[in-house]
Design a protein. Sequence first.
Length: 255
Amino acid sequence: MLVVVDIGNTNITMGLYHDDKLVGNYRLTTKLQRTSDEYGFMILSFLNAYHTKVEDIKDVIIASVVPKIMYSFTNSIRKYFHKEPIIVGPGIKTGISIKIDNPKALGADRLVDAAGAYYLHHCACLVIDFGTATTFDIISSKGEFLGGATAPGLGISVEALSSQAAKLPEIEIKKPASIIGRNTVDSMQAGVVYGYIGLTDKIISQIKKEYGEELKVVSTGGLGRMIYHETDLIDTYDPDLTFKGLKIIYDLQNK
């Protein structure tokens, strides 16, 4: 069995693969203070929930955009699983050719999503990841990562409103009944959600216009489902795209 791990700025998500089937997933908040023992016990709890033993795990592959926790996290894998984790980074086969100014600056999460979308759909793709930041990335029909756009995520947008304006409260991110809000919470939700739908539509349209060829638009990320249901410009929503990308990259190492 294979454990796939995506370490993001807000959450750490883990998936469990039995052969080619994703059989479990687990999410915890990203905190810098955890020790390797804390991470180890959390991962063991994840495996126990799916009736899986440490001995059943063949490998662990990790994509991370949070360098500060990698020492503790990777040590937890070594200590509790007796495995050397595979880290997505320089020297790892991804099947994606990076065509941006500084390839080393590309986040592992974006590279993994690109691999997932390209090898699942076998065509040029626009991959949108609605995470802490929202990224719009273009992968050509030849498997080339060409670049993209980055916007503040929905959560950051809401946090900015409530933290920078003294009289605005913290709110739940959801679509209100009407764009014409009759109270503070409804008006904030309307502005954030409908504003984000507009942002998404505009960026997709402009990217398609500049790219000039057909693009399959694939979205993922925790808040991506809501936006997907509010626009006709996103072709598919895949909540497990990052897990699938990690599995694809892992398989490439063993060919």
